[in-house]
Design a protein around this ligand. Sequence first.
Ligand SMILES: N[C@@H](CCC(=O)N[C@@H](CS)C(=O)NCC(=O)O)C(=O)O
Length: 280
Amino acid sequence: MSTQDTYVPPKVWTWDQSSGGKFANINRPIAGATHDKELPVGEHPLQLYSLGTPNGVKVTVLLEELLALGFSGAEYDAWIINIGNGDQFSSGFVAANPNSKIPALMDHSTSPTTRVFESGAIMVYLAEKFGAFLPTEPSQRAECMSWLFWQMGSAPYLGGGFGHFYAYAPEKYEYPINRFAMEVKRQLDVLDRNLAERAYLCGDDYNISDMANYSWYGNLVLNNIYESREFLDVASYTNVARWATQIEERTAVQRGRRVNRPWGPEEERVTERHSASDFD
Ligand SMILES: N[C@@H](CCC(=O)N[C@@H](CS)C(=O)NCC(=O)O)C(=O)O
């Protein structure tokens, strides 16, 4: 019998700071800043404060795709926010994102400066600003928004649910692992069935919904996140793998994946990005 079976919740929940788990040292039940520190500002109008996790990669892939299309206004400075050290709780970061989670974007080309948080909102903001990777025809736009918001609503079950309990929790608990493995497999099947009939999520064209979903589900099927390739039998989702491989081969995607990444092979890391030469 696991400890889960014998746990009786108290009348009022209290914060047990020593609860264990990989992120126990940064998780808190309260919002707001823990310390005063301004965010650095570089020379470009777009300032990104992020980390190379799937939520961060969505935005750097989009920025690199915009630059590859020739939009020089998409040049950006990408500063690393080390969430393991609590950088997301600085006063400067909280002003950019009151939710204290990467990514956050500041656009200094507007007056006043525009702040955008939530990766999906940042993607829509940039796609609209440059008029790219978001269809304008209403029904195609609705399809793109549907798959984008599907990703925003679904991936927390993958990362915060399955990933947390399978890879990060202090012990392996059967109930949550079963529950979230079932849901992640259902989500992969949703994508797989859609991609059986379409090259990309919305049809023939690649757009922000593909970038957002690739960052999570593509990474899951191609790069073995949470070391769960075998457990989830990801190889059986052949259409997802085909679509993800196609996206991962894009030069802009290869670049975006490297930005703000302090792990992996040293020569591939671009921990801060200020110009295209940072990739050399
Ligand atoms: N819904 C948010 C989720 C962002 C998110 O969960 N970011 C994580 C890293 S992937 C984070 O900053 N975690 C820090 C923390 O929870 O303190 C988005 O898509 O932008």
